[in-house]
Design a protein around this ligand. Structure first.
Ligand code: SDX
Length: 431
């Protein structure tokens, strides 16, 4: 990307010119890659909220207008017309697949859907109440012991991507079965990606699972909504580990650990836990809204607010609508959905939330949809992982493809003690 303009920076006795980069959607960035040698200083940007860590062609997020596009396609179009696997292909390869390419990709996913039988023993090493994200992160790292960790240059990198997307789904379902003390259900080549997952999760030798097309359709849409989101916390973790030229499995495992945090992907689990607390607390919604507004309380409304969206998260809007679709077709209801809707209404009409542009984000309704499918609360962030995986793979590939890519090494503003004389142990005083 060529600089088209210059910015002037005046600091102390120096005046420097800095190149200005302009993205295809008009975003403007000041290129400070040479700031240290030009001006002898760094910038300071806690949480990197004002810092672009890369130039990327993958996902565009417009937080003001609530726009999300993968490789240029609006999320609404992809959710409406594609399967999750089609969108996974789009993210990793950069183009929507032809029918033949999609068939080949699906074949790869089937060929690589099993995990090495030796890996089954790993599950037995975890305590029964282990969080599935802990199991998933460990299992994904251990894949590098069983499968070649290829670089993006390898012609068979596509297989590595498909292998990971397929095996993570299998590991997720197996970890659920193990947590239930039930025998695992192996993947089947005659089922689509999402139908296979549901079957592995809920089928059993004594009670075959009825695969309902409307549930499969909603699951596809949910996973599509999670596929990528630019340089969020977990994607930055994947790029950062990849920048040290660590292998893909190790990088993805770091992304899983970052996503687990309740401020990030762990929020979908926190939303359900909050809604259950409200339900058991005489549906006292106002109490929780007030707690979220209370500066002295560490409680923040999970599923609300976003680092980028200062408008309604387009994914939350789609999920809100899907709730009616799914509950209508299943002929069921969930009191947590009624509480969520009432909570949203109260918050969206409260000055505290309005002034801070706090709206429902992707995590607010997803847990309710997954619950309706029978997916347990502690598996919700695992579902986020299954969806986000193609995006992480695409981002890792893009970052390692850049020959000029440097190892992530931010600087700091040191604010510790200046030089101290050494203190022998017999002269030290208790702090
Ligand atoms: C995801 O980045 C991504 O793209 C992430 C993601 C993806 O697809 O990868 O979209 C997925 O992580 C969605 C976010 C899930 N997390 C949650 O739902 C947790 C609850 N949300 C908040 O913790 C918070 O909104 C964050 C962490 C999501 C965003 O934090 P920011 O942008 O740093 O917001 P902030 O801390 O600067 O907040 C600004 C103000 C503060 O109040 P003041 O100091 O100005 O008085 O808004 C308040 C905050 O206290 N605030 C909230 C709030 N979120 C922000 N107050 C109550 N409840 C909340 N949820």
């Amino acid at each position: 990307m060529q600089a088209t303009e210059k910015a002037q920076l005046k600091i102390r006795d120096k005046e420097v010119e800095l190149p200005v980069l302009v993205g295809t959607e008009g975003q403007v960035g000041i290129d400070i890659t040479k700031l240290k040698q030009q001006a002898g200083c760094t910038t300071y940007d806690i949480g990197f909220a004002n810092t672009a860590s890369c130039i990327s062609n993958i996902t565009y997020v417009d937080g003001i207008n609530g726009v999300l596009r993968y490789r240029g396609f609006n999320i609404e179009d992809l959710v409406e017309h594609c399967s999750f696997i089609e969108v996974a292909y789009l993210l990793v390869h950069g183009v929507l697949p032809t029918a033949a390419e999609l068939k080949k990709f699906s074949r790869y996913l089937n060929q690589h859907s099993m995990i090495h039988e030796n890996m089954h023993h790993f599950f037995n090493g975890f305590p029964a109440d282990s969080h599935p994200m802990a199991i998933l992160a460990s299992m994904v790292t251990s894949l590098s012991s069983f499968y070649p960790s290829l670089t993006h240059k390898d012609p068979t990198f596509d297989i590595t991507g498909a292998r990971l997307i397929s095996k993570v789904r299998t590991i997720a379902a197996f970890s659920f079965k193990k947590s239930q003390g039930e025998p695992v259900v192996y993947p089947r080549h005659d089922l689509s990606f999402c139908a296979n997952f549901l079957n592995m999760m809920f089928s059993s030798p004594v009670n075959p699972y009825e695969i309902r097309p409307e549930v499969v359709r909603i699951l596809n849409k949910l996973l599509i909504l999670h596929v990528d989101h630019g340089q969020n916390c977990s994607t930055t973790a994947v790029r950062l580990i990849g920048s040290a030229r660590a292998n893909l499995y190790a990088s993805i495992s770091a992304g899983i650990c970052a996503l687990w945090g309740p401020l990030h992907g762990g929020a979908n689990q926190a939303v359900i836990e909050m809604l259950k607390r409200i339900k058991n607390d005489q549906r006292n919604i106002k109490k929780y809204v007030d707690m979220a507004k209370d500066k002295n309380s560490p409680f923040r409304l999970p599923g609300f607010g976003h680092a980028v969206y200062k408008n309604y998260d387009p994914r939350a809007r789609i999920c809100r609508k899907m709730c009616d679709e799914l509950f209508g077709s299943l002929q069921t209801s969930d009191p947590l959905l009624d509480i969520a809707r009432e909570l949203e209404h109260i918050a969206l009409n409260d000055d505290y939330f309005i002034e801070r542009h706090l709206y429902p984000n992707v995590d607010f309704y997803t847990g309710i949809l997954y619950r309706a499918m029978g997916i347990p609360t502690n598996m919700l962030t695992v579902m986020f992982t299954i969806g986000r995986l193609p995006g992480w793979i695409a981002q890792w590939k893009e970052s390692t493809e850049e020959e000029s890519a440097k190892i992530f090494r931010p600087r700091q503003i040191y604010n510790g003690p200046t030089r101290l004389d050494f203190i022998p142990i017999d002269q030290r005083k208790k702090a």
